[in-house]
Design a protein around this ligand. Structure first.
Ligand SMILES: C[S@@+](CC[C@H](N)C(=O)[O-])C[C@H]1O[C@@H](n2cnc3c(N)ncnc32)[C@H](O)[C@@H]1O
Length: 348
């Protein structure tokens, strides 16, 4: 699809490792961009955040980190930015060039192909960074590293990042049928024992939509990130959780989702959106971590534990997640129902 030769990119794809090549190739095709554009919660949140902050964008130099089809660049240019620089490594940027020209923004938007870390911007500093960098479970893809790099290298003192706050949340779910289907399928595949697949399936978090009625515990914010102040090392973290069972049921897994917040002037309500099961659909859906045990719970029983998350050593765009838990049942059968365990997962 690309009309650009490798030499026109600030980064020569051949010099990237296989994981990086695969990552950027995945954004070459328009299909993934169509899915993102059609996610109206996502795309309209960015537009609303820019439109509601027109005063902040007026006459400002804006950097769009990972501009894709150029949608955020055009929102910024249309709403008063003096100049927007859109950067993307994937060949989709060639379509962005056509679209930006077609819509009359060629004089306001400069598009640069290459890794943000390698391109040379036409401005030494920018006033605002916009970026849609979020992956499944917020951090999958590790694109936030690039936004933090852009902040440290290019953002003026006191500059703004859209969005600038995000948080990861967790709750327990009843999902026995689907869990059983996912795991036990491998017990008998056309009459053959395929059970060696079961440990692999258990290790893989599931990205899917979860009915909010499946949530059967209290929910908890695990961690919050302020993009103005965090550094890459903060993206490897460990946090404790405590979830209280709401009724007599089974807790088969944990779901995680993230919330996003954009800057707003003092006294103004910020634009926010959530990717939780209680909120409208987004293409990020929710991330399900099935537990080793199916926890038989009564209202008030406590599931406490620790979630540890870090980029995978081999491919830092993948995530290693460890969840250790202690389910503390109460009542006469407390000992029989209580459980302690630890699960490790790889998001890839
Ligand atoms: C999630 S998409 C968002 C696209 C677009 N901003 C939108 O909102 O529709 C992220 C884009 O960032 C690009 N990207 C990721 N890391 C990058 C990097 N280090 N340098 C340049 N582009 C990058 C990807 O190629 C991809 O097109």
């Amino acid at each position: 699809m690309s009309k650009t030769e490798a030499k026109e990119s600030a980064t020569d794809k051949k010099n990237l490792n296989e994981f990086e090549q695969h990552y950027f190739n995945s954004y070459d095709h328009y299909g993934i961009h169509e899915e993102m554009l059609q996610d109206t919660v996502r795309t309209l949140s960015y537009r609303n955040a820019i439109v509601q902050n027109k005063d902040l964008f007026k006459d400002k130099v804006v950097l769009d980190v990972g501009c894709g089809t150029g949608i955020l660049s055009m929102f910024a240019a249309k709403n008063g930015a003096k100049h927007v620089i859109g950067v993307d490594m994937s060949s989709i940027i060639e379509m962005a060039r056509e679209i930006v020209e077609l819509n009359g923004f060629s004089d306001k938007i400069t598009l640069l192909r290459g890794k943000l870390e390698d391109v040379e911007l036409p401005f030494p500093k920018v006033d605002i960074i916009i970026s849609e960098w979020m992956g499944y479970f917020l951090l999958y893809e590790s694109m936030l590293d690039t936004v933090l790099y852009a902040r440290d290298r290019y953002l003026v003192e006191g500059g703004l990042i859209f969005p600038d706050k995000c948080s990861i949340h967790m709750a327990g779910i009843e999902d026995a049928d689907y869990k059983d289907q996912k795991l036990n399928y491998w017990q008998n595949v056309y009459g053959f024992d395929y059970s060696p697949f079961i440990p692999l399936v258990k290790k893989e978090p599931l990205v899917d939509t979860v009915e909010h009625t499946a949530v059967n515990t209290t929910r908890q914010k695990l961690i919050e990130f302020d993009l103005n102040t965090i550094s890459v090392k903060d993206l490897a973290f460990s946090c404790k959780f405590q979830l209280d069972a709401k009724n007599q049921d089974f807790i088969n897994g944990l779901i995680c989702w993230f919330d996003i917040e954009f800057p707003a002037p003092k006294g103004k309500k910020p634009v926010t959106f959530s990717t939780g099961a209680h909120a409208p659909y987004t293409h990020w859906k929710q991330t399900v971590f099935y537990l080793e045990d199916d926890l038989e719970c009564e209202a008030g029983d406590v599931l406490e534990g620790t979630l540890t998350c870090a980029p995978n050593q081999r491919n830092n765009r993948d995530l290693d997640v460890k969840i250790s838990y202690h389910f503390k049942a109460s009542g006469v059968d407390a000992n029989e129902r209580s459980r302690k365990n630890e699960n490790t997962y790889l998001m890839h």
